[in-house]
Ligand binder design. Structure first.
Ligand SMILES: [Zn+2]
Length: 362
């Protein structure tokens, strides 16, 4: 299975946009224009999270929130050295083994992009012990070719400027898998957008909010503020989780190509069994695969389910290889499984179903 032309365009465009936590404005601007073109009203929180709003024809309808996060991991400039090199502050979880010698881009004060690389010491200048040990992020030098601090300043470099490891979008294995950066979590942004396109002319028995949160990678901060203002009765979090299938061990959770994740527990939320059973049923009814998954990490769901008096919250995630790098690999059939089962789920939700899943006593 390959991406449709629409999906290919969305994955290429949105994965190649840059937005580390706190600087998600390129993705937000893209979504704002896309939501507006589809005719949806737009609501935002004060941190930059953005949602399209699809009102039900039913009076006093319950509210359902579908959210992915717009931000990605990367760096901001920490200091401009005398010799023109830059030092970077990491944003989100980064593995320093994946970084040296990578191409990076930097967004200047005027919004232009500069291109450079994270410096690497050649092997013949390293001792045996140094070769064994990856460079610590605090010692990495970001080289944009500047000869001096003044030259860097003149080019628009400033402390706090965003730097992202470049990762062009590519289709691999005949288009059945895709390679690129920031599928965590442009997957969720793209799936949300596809839902808005496909449900445009379908009336739902609930008010639907679909959009993107900010600052997930640094502590799900936009999830706190956006769930507070939307105040949903149910939330579905779309995110991209690490696969654990590279060794070939079929018993490991998180196998590429085995479908949407039934994430029953992670570091910040325990899934409600009734809701997990409903997610599984929806995958079966939609004739797509699903797989159990656990994780020591967390998603926006960890915050959203604790909003106000508590919110019925489900994670509807995919797994991908090498997440938090510019070489993430995602399976197209998994994306399709997540999409089909989410469509089925949304078509079978109403006030009664939400109350039943929440365990309300009749
Ligand atoms: Zn994520």
């Amino acid at each position: 299975m390959k991406l449709t032309p629409r999906q290919r365009k969305l994955f290429k465009t949105l994965s190649e946009l840059n937005g580390v936590s706190g600087q998600e404005n390129e993705i937000a601007a893209y979504l704002r224009a896309a939501y507006r073109d589809l005719g949806y009203p737009i609501v935002t929180d004060n941190l930059g999270s953005i949602f399209a709003y699809k009102k039900s024809n039913l009076a006093n309808a319950p509210k359902v929130m579908v959210v992915g996060h717009m931000d990605e991991v990367g760096f901001i400039v920490l200091s401009l050295e005398k010799n023109g090199m830059l030092k970077g502050h990491p944003i989100g979880g980064l593995n320093n083994q994946t970084l040296t010698a990578q191409r990076v881009c930097l967004k200047t004060r005027s919004g232009e992009y500069l291109h450079g690389a994270i410096g690497a010491v050649p092997p013949h200048l390293l001792t045996e012990a140094e070769r064994e040990k990856p460079t610590e992020i605090k010692n990495m030098l970001f080289d944009f070719g500047f000869r001096s601090r003044e030259e860097a300043e003149k080019a628009g470099v400033y402390v706090g400027a965003m730097m992202v490891v470049e990762g062009p979008f590519q289709e691999i294995n005949g288009g059945e898998r895709i390679l690129g950066k920031a599928f965590d979590d442009r997957y969720g942004i793209i799936l949300g957008l596809e839902i808005l396109i496909d449900f445009k002319d379908i009336d739902l028995p609930f008010d639907l909010y679909v959009g993107g949160s900010v600052q997930e990678e640094v502590g799900c901060r936009g999830a706190i503020t956006s769930s507070y203002f939307i105040n949903p009765d149910m939330a579905i979090v779309l995110d991209c989780s690490p696969s654990r299938d590279s060794s070939g061990d079929k018993k490991e959770f998180g196998q590429l190509g085995e479908g949407v994740l039934l994430r029953y527990i992670d570091g910040t939320m325990i899934a409600r069994p009734e809701l997990l059973a409903f997610q599984r049923l929806c995958a079966e009814k939609a004739h797509v695969k699903c797989q159990y998954f656990d994780s020591p990490g967390g998603t926006d769901a960890g915050q959203i389910h604790k909003n106000r008096e508590g919110v019925l919250t489900l994670t509807h995630c995919l797994c991908a290889r090498s997440i938090h790098t510019n070489s993430t690999i995602l399976d197209v059939e998994d994306y399709n499984a997540a999409k089909k089962s989410l469509v089925y789920m949304l078509k079978h939700l109403d006030e009664k179903k939400i109350a039943e899943l929440r365990g309300d006593v009749q």
